[in-house]
Design a protein around this ligand. Structure first.
Ligand code: HEM
Length: 296
């Protein structure tokens, strides 16, 4: 009975998320929010009592995480986009709502349906990791116990292998940058802020759709649409698009390149791989009640 109630609330939340995403075209920030909740997990800590290993537990809401550098700009997604939904469906945990909003965002933006599980409990580590919480850098010097702090491949493997992921997961998940933008005022990784932009992001241009925020720099031209254009377009080096060292290395490194080339050639192969990797990411460190989870 408890699980049935949760499922009904999750279904209601999914409708509310769908309406939100369609009306505001906020798919990208919702995907990034969920990834940064998940991305604090480290399997080296998996033996510690839950939720000390971090992960998709809703702890991105803590001041410690949301006010830290890697999460710059994400607070809006919690307070303005998801809080009004949470108030309507209090039975849905924050950890679930954050992951539900992301999976729904991918779907509404044209991407694959992700075989998600719900029922996550909310938690926050008593002894949280210091920023950047094991999350990746886009530009050198890259963090982590690296032999070469200028090597984007070594950095990506350090970040994603601690989730129990492999090279295919890294390339597939990087494909999430087919949507979204970077901002000077958030990560500071690009020159374009809210008031600037490229021909694909500047105030008044058609690529913004219903987005509330203009500016920034996107990886792709149609950055509201989830497709495989991250892979098909990167080799063209469009001067209005982003290509960080952590993106371009995917075209070169022998472990990444075969996946990159396949995803460029075959969107269905990208979608299938992305759906699996996204599900894996969404369950890092999560504790489910009921333990087998709830599917919608
Ligand atoms: C592989 C290593 C990764 C690096 C170095 C990286 C880096 C970044 C940076 C610097 C930004 C710009 C943030 C800003 O200025 O607002 C960004 C945005 C974004 N990232 Fe990543 N990211 C990585 C992986 C991922 C993964 C795994 C996902 C999801 C599966 C993801 C999804 C996104 C999305 C959707 C945005 C756009 C957010 C928006 O438009 O508001 N990224 N990323």
């Amino acid at each position: 009975a408890e699980a049935a109630k949760k499922k009904a609330a999750l279904q209601k939340a999914k409708v509310l998320c769908t309406d939100l995403i369609k009306s505001k075209d906020c798919q990208a920030i919702l995907v990034r929010l969920a990834w940064h909740d998940s991305g604090t997990f480290d399997k080296a800590n998996a033996g510690k009592p839950w939720p000390e290993a971090g992960g998709a537990i809703g702890s991105i809401r803590t001041d410690h995480e949301i006010n830290a550098g890697p999460n710059a700009g994400l607070k809006k997604a919690l307070t303005q986009y998801l809080k009004p939904i949470k108030d309507k469906v209090p039975e849905v945990s924050w950890a679930d709502l954050i992951q539900l909003a992301s999976a729904t965002a991918v779907e509404v933006a044209g991407g694959p349906k992700i075989p998600m599980r719900y029922g996550r409990l909310d938690g926050a580590p008593k002894q949280p990791a210091p920023a950047p919480f094991g999350l990746p850098d886009a530009l050198p010097p890259f963090g982590g116990p690296l032999k070469n702090s200028n090597d984007p491949s070594e950095h990506l493997r350090y970040v994603f292998y601690k989730y129990g992921m492999d090279d295919k997961d890294i390339v597939a998940l990087s494909g999430a940058h087919t949507i979204g933008r970077a901002f000077k005022d958030r990560s500071g990784t690009v020159q374009e802020g809210y008031l600037g932009g490229t021909k694909y992001t500047v105030k008044g241009c058609p690529f913004l759709g219903n987005s509330e925020t203009a500016g920034g720099r996107s990886w792709t031209k149609n950055w509201l649409k989830f497709d495989n254009s991250y892979f098909t377009d990167m080799p063209d080096h469009d001067t209005h698009c982003i290509a960080f060292p952590t993106d371009t290395i995917l075209m070169i490194d022998p472990g990444f390149k075969p996946h990159f080339d396949l995803f460029a050639k075959d969107q269905a192969a990208f979608f299938a791989a992305y759906a699996q990797s996204h599900k894996k990411l969404s369950e890092q460190g999560s504790k489910f009640e009921p333990t087998e989870g709830i599917t919608l």
